[in-house]
Design a protein around this ligand. Structure first.
Ligand SMILES: [Mg+2]
Length: 173
């Protein structure tokens, strides 16, 4: 099902780089707001840098895939030397597919991590890469995200009713 995440974990910061490397993962694509950084506290980047370095040590690239403009995403990420694909147009798969071409990756080598089913998970599934849903880092969201959250609740209820309940694990299974 195109909205069902392949994996669900508490946070991107629960990823285990060695475990990913053993699965053949070469790149983690990640949403920015509320997945890597709290959307209202973008300056708290220490954890993000630790994750980037831990992934790098395991031979895995971290690439942010965001719907925001180059200018806005670049302002946040360029000082930290983190690669990004901007104007990704999630839930369309085009930004992720652009990332696969740019870094010469196959679909099996990539996980896309995000906190929203309707944008991040759907884009990953449509692109054919492994989708990972995480809990949002902070509960307070922008107004447009709050609308998505409303539909997410309905979708989660449908998953539960159809025997595909989504539960957040501490680690990738
Ligand atoms: Mg997000």
């Amino acid at each position: 099902m195109w909205l069902h995440p392949r994996y669900t974990i508490d946070s991107i910061y629960h990823l285990n780089p060695e475990q990913l490397a053993n699965k053949g993962i070469k790149a983690v694509f990640s949403d920015l707001d509320n997945t890597l950084l709290a959307w209202n506290k973008r300056e708290t980047a220490a954890e993000m840098m630790q994750l980037k370095q831990a992934l790098q040590a395991a031979g895995i690239r971290l690439v942010v895939v965001s719907n925001n403009s180059d200018e806005r995403v670049g302002k946040v990420l360029t000082p930290w030397g983190i690669d990004f694909i901007a104007r990704a147009r999630k839930p369309l798969p085009s930004g992720i597919l652009r990332g696969l071409r740019k870094y010469d990756l196959s679909k099996k080598q990539v996980l896309m991590v995000g906190d929203q089913l309707i944008t991040d998970v759907q884009a990953a599934n449509l692109a054919g890469v492994g989708s990972v849903l995480v809990k949002p880092l902070v509960e307070t969201d922008k107004w447009n995200t709050r609308i998505n959250r409303f539909f997410e609740k309905i979708i989660f209820a449908i998953f539960t009713l159809t025997g595909r309940k989504v539960t957040f694990e501490e680690q990738l299974k």
